[in-house]
Write a protein that binds this ligand. Sequence first.
Ligand code: SF4
Length: 490
Amino acid sequence: MPKKSFVSRAEDKWTINDFPQMDRDKLARRLPPITATHFYNLHSCPTRVYLDMHGDHYKRLPLSEFLRQKIAEGVEHERSVLSGLPDLTHIDYETDQEGLHKTLDAMRAGASIISQGVLVHEGMVGRPDLLIRDEGVSIFGPYQYYACDIKSGRSVKFAYQLQVAFYSDLLGKTQGTVPTRAGVILHDGKERRVDLLRVRQRFEEAKQHITSIRDGVKDHPHLCAACKECGWRAVCKEELLGSGDLSLINGLSREYRAAYYNIGIKDITELSQSAVKPSRISQRVADNFRVQARSLIEHSPVLIHKIELPSSQSIIYFDIEGETEQKIYYLLGCLLVQDGVTTYHPFFAEKPSDERQMWNAFLTWIKTIPDFHIIHYHNYEKYALAGLRRKYGCPDELYKTISSHMTDLFKLVKDSIAFPIHSYSIKDLAKSIGFCWRSDTPGGAQSLYWYAIWAKTGDASIKEALLHYNEDDCQAMKHVVEHIQNSFNT
Ligand code: SF4
């Protein structure tokens, strides 16, 4: 059967016969369609694309409250952007086939803006938020369309660019002319252009990769930061633990894993026993991986060298809650240990506009603490303090005193002791040595969720949960320090 042209595709009703023979075979085998979500997820984890397409969805864990809240915010933002657009043609549909027909009808009629249109081509289905009429020529007449997505983020992430490149590719097949323009509307309701030419090659590579995954090629899972919020984490962890995968070692990236594979080291047992290392990995890093592998195999911490812990009259365990993208901070939590007495001092911004007040209250308080030393976990607190100082100021002498009396507990631990854990987040570390949070789902995402709900409802129990969570983070650091003092520094 001769292939139909784009013109006849757009004009006719679509049936399975519109697909070439090869695609009909794939359809018959019920291969899942490729969608824009696959392009988004490929960027963080190809295994996720595979499991989304072929995995047992009963084994997938439910979304966290934080992610549900993010999705709800995204939907709300989209609704608000759409309500401000004039002359909108909205496509309602039950099936993609029906959606496609209605979209083609709207394009044929020259609609100005089409929302929730459906584009289909050879096993790929795109549902761009907007198709916007533009200057040019297409099979529909002296005009063409370009694709635009609505996102609540603040920048055009690369994953968004891949998504609109995917819609543009489908649009080219549908309207007989490839659009040169594409856009993303961000949190402020303003459209940013996406340079389709610049993203073209990476898009083609991604399309090829996703097609091979759709056809059954599976990428090996790799334990990484993206796993924390991924519904497939239980499935992947089981597989990784079963095979003693190298990614169980904290900090061992996909590239490092491939480098170890190239020299024949394929699991943590082999790594723990081998004296050789890939040339691209420094001796110090390779030694650290080896000792971590040993710790995992022996299920026991391994001391690398003794830790020098700060000794001051006043120790402050310090933890800041904030929103990274917008650089807004809403809680500076201080657990003060002084003369054997522990007290918690939270500095809280009841609303984002109270940030300055919170900062000033913190500075006033810390000035009163004699001979203090701050213990924090990782570099977020240093970064946040510098940001708050830039925004609201701080006397030079005081800032110098604060910043020169700070110790990063994460770095101290990471350099000195290998714990039998896969991540050195304060949650994973403290839990592994017996600390319990009052919340079942502690984490920065949960904190943000609580703050958003508190801002909306003013519910005192939510604020209390947030303060408890922050205090527990500080207590967790104290627990780690005491554990080190008792177990390793005696
Ligand atoms: S749990 Fe991790 S490795 Fe598995 S699919 Fe999710 S992100 Fe990928």
